[in-house]
Design a protein around this ligand. Sequence first.
Ligand code: ATP
Length: 239
Amino acid sequence: MPNADVLQLNNVTAKYGPTQVLHGISIKVREGGITTLLGANGAGKTTTLRAIFNKVSRSGEIIFAGESITGKAPSEIARLGFAHVPENRGTFTQMTTNENLELGAYMRSDKDGVARDLERMFRRFPVLKERRHQQAGTLSGGEQQMLAIARALMSNPRVLLLDEPSFGLAPLIVREIFEIMKAINAEDGTSILLIEQNAKMSLELADYGYLLEVGEISMQGTAADLRNDDAVRRSYLGN
Ligand code: ATP
C-alpha cells in the first residue's frame, strides 16, 4: 500500500531501572518518506531506537509493515528490514572500507545484487571508492559517517534509522551527507527515520517531524509547518 506507515510507535514508554525516560510517545514513519525526530541532549532519542529494537524495558506497541513486533527479540527485529546507523557509527575500524561494505550485506544471499549495490554505493559515495582499500579507522569523520550509511544500505533495508548522523561534523559535510540521503530516498524509496539535534538541516531534508522533549512528543507536523513555527524557531532554529 503506497504511503502507508511502515513503522508505528503507539504510546511507547521506556525506562532504565526505576527511571522512566519515554512517557508514552506515538510516532509514525511513512513508507517512502523521511521522518525526523528532533530533540535536545538527553531528550530520549537514542532510547526511542532502543525501544524499537526491544533493547530497553518498555511498554506500548510497535508495528512494522502492518504487523506488531512488540514481542519479538532484538535479533529477530534486526532481520525484518531495518538498518541502523548508531550514533558512534559502528564501523569496524581495523577493516577496510570494502570489507565494511561487504559485512553490511552479510545476511543477503543474492551475490549479483550485492555486487551491483556495492557499485551503486561507490557511485553515490565516490570518496569511498577512492578509499576502498583503506582501513576504516583512518578515514575522516565525514567519510566514516558515509561508510556507516553505505554499509547500512548494503543490507537493502526497508527503513534506515539514523542516530545523529551530523554529530561532530562540519556543516558542509553534513549538507553533503544529507543531499546523498535525499537522493537515496528519492531513487530507492528507502524510508528514513532521522534522529537529530540539528533541527535546521533535518527539517530541510525531512517531510515530517516530531519534537521530543524530556521523553514526550511536544509537537509534530510537516517539516514546513515546524520550520515556520515561532516556538520551534526560537528553541531549535535560533532565529
Ligand atoms: P543524546 O543526544 O545526548 O544522545 P538522547 O536524546 O539520545 O540524547 P538518550 O540517550 O535516549 O537521549 O537518554 C535519555 C535519558 O536516559 C538521559 O537522561 C540519559 O541519562 C538516560 N539514560 C540513557 N541510557 C541510560 C542507561 N543505560 N541507564 C540509565 N539511564 C540512561
